[in-house]
Design a protein around this ligand. Structure first.
Ligand SMILES: [Zn+2]
Length: 380
């Protein structure tokens, strides 16, 4: 996620915090200090409420982090590579680079997150019995953490994708029908229904509750769930449509290339301007050396264009994703999503054999759907 910074790593998994998390940290601190804690135990000075609110907010995010770590560690133990964990405005997300290969793995991986939240909640309730009636800040904190984690666990178990419960539902449908695509459709449709319920509840609260902020917040969560469910559904369609298709079947075998030793001036005058290019692959002999884009050229001052070789300004090959011609297209797709990558060079044994672009994939998708090729029943 752009706008995230790394705060450390746990068990070899990098932990990132997105700037939106800082906003929610401030918001949660203030709202706890103004509402929850004064209602729970009145009579403290404002500074104590603020401190309590801040500590509670931090501990809540530690709880969220433990929930995500549970997902990530199970994923890794099942052989799925974990890229990182990002904490952001709506909680946390584990970036796991592959989808689970079996319903059992998916079930276990999804269920363990809410389970950890429920366990943290139960432990806090247990600790609470030791300090109950002391009317101390510790009691207030434990009360908050216990209820927040139980709520978190229950919320995440709602059976709509992208919530953990949606993944649990997907794994069950997958197990019963043996069809991963059908399972995703069921889980994402239920996910969209739940998202709309959140949005409607948010609108209702906005107009009819004392605190319109609750409604706005609920509406935002609904909107986030809706867009996640929709994109997961689109992704599943993409993967089904392209099942069994290799990179070679979609790539352009005559990609636009330029030699590494010409100047940026020559590149602009003879290639980019006349042909309306936005990027070109850079060759050294027949070996792929890198990729040059408009923004790489812009980073060099214009008066230096005549003296600067393309090879100097380009993104070198070790910093761009490449695929091989026999790779499955569905494995190449994740390399193009999320980041600003519009094309992937196709390289066999160091030699450039083609390029696969976003446009070509979309065209191929439309043709395949037009022919009804995505309807094929598939057993996974
Ligand atoms: Zn989760």
């Amino acid at each position: 996620m752009p706008g995230s910074f790394r705060i450390g790593s746990i068990a070899g998994i990098d932990i990132y915090v997105h700037i939106s998390w800082l906003i929610i940290l401030v918001f949660l601190t203030i709202s706890l200090a103004n509402g929850w804690f004064p209602t729970l135990s009145p009579g403290y000075p404002t500074s104590t409420y603020l401190l309590l609110g801040f500590v509670a907010a931090i501990l809540l995010f530690v709880s969220v982090l433990l929930h995500e770590l549970a997902h990530s560690l199970v994923a890794r133990s099942r052989g799925l590579p974990v890229k990182n964990i990002v904490l952001f405005i709506f909680g946390g997300v584990s970036n796991i680079e592959q989808e689970p290969h079996s319903p059992g793995t998916e079930f276990f991986m999804a269920f363990v997150g809410p389970l950890v939240s429920l366990i943290i909640g139960a432990v806090c309730f247990g600790l609470l019995t030791l300090v109950r009636g002391t009317h101390s800040p510790t009691e207030d904190l434990l009360t908050y953490l216990a209820s927040a984690n139980i709520l978190l666990g229950i919320f995440n178990l709602l059976p709509g994708f992208p919530l953990d419960g949606g993944r649990v539902l997907r794994s069950i449908v997958w197990k019963i029908t043996g069809n991963a695509y059908r399972a995703t459709q069921v889980a994402t449709i239920v996910g969209q229904v739940i998202a709309y319920l959140f949005i409607f509840a948010g609108i209702w609260l906005f107009f009819f509750s004392r605190d319109p902020f609750d409604g706005i917040w609920l509406g935002f969560i609904g909107w986030f769930l809706l867009s996640s469910a929709q994109s997961a559904r689109a992704q599943a369609t993409l993967e089904t449509t392209f099942k069994g298709v290799t990179v070679a079947q979609v790539m352009n075998a005559q990609p636009m290339t330029v030699p590494a030793n010409i100047s940026l001036q020559k590149l602009v005058d003879e290639h980019f301007l006349p042909q309306g290019l936005r990027s070109a692959l850079v060759l050294q002999g027949d070996q792929l050396a890198g990729l040059i884009t408009l923004s790489d050229i812009r980073h060099v001052a214009r008066e230096e264009w005549p003296q600067t070789p393309v090879g100097f300004a380009m993104i070198p090959v070790d910093r761009i994703h490449t695929v091989t011609s026999q790779q499955k297209l569905t494995d190449a797709l994740p390399l193009m999503t999320g980041k600003d990558v519009n094309q992937l060079p196709v390289v066999d044994n160091g030699k450039l054999v083609g390029v696969v672009t976003r446009d070509a994939i979309i065209r191929s998708l439309q043709v395949r759907q037009g022919l009804g090729l995505e309807e094929q029943k598939q057993r996974v």
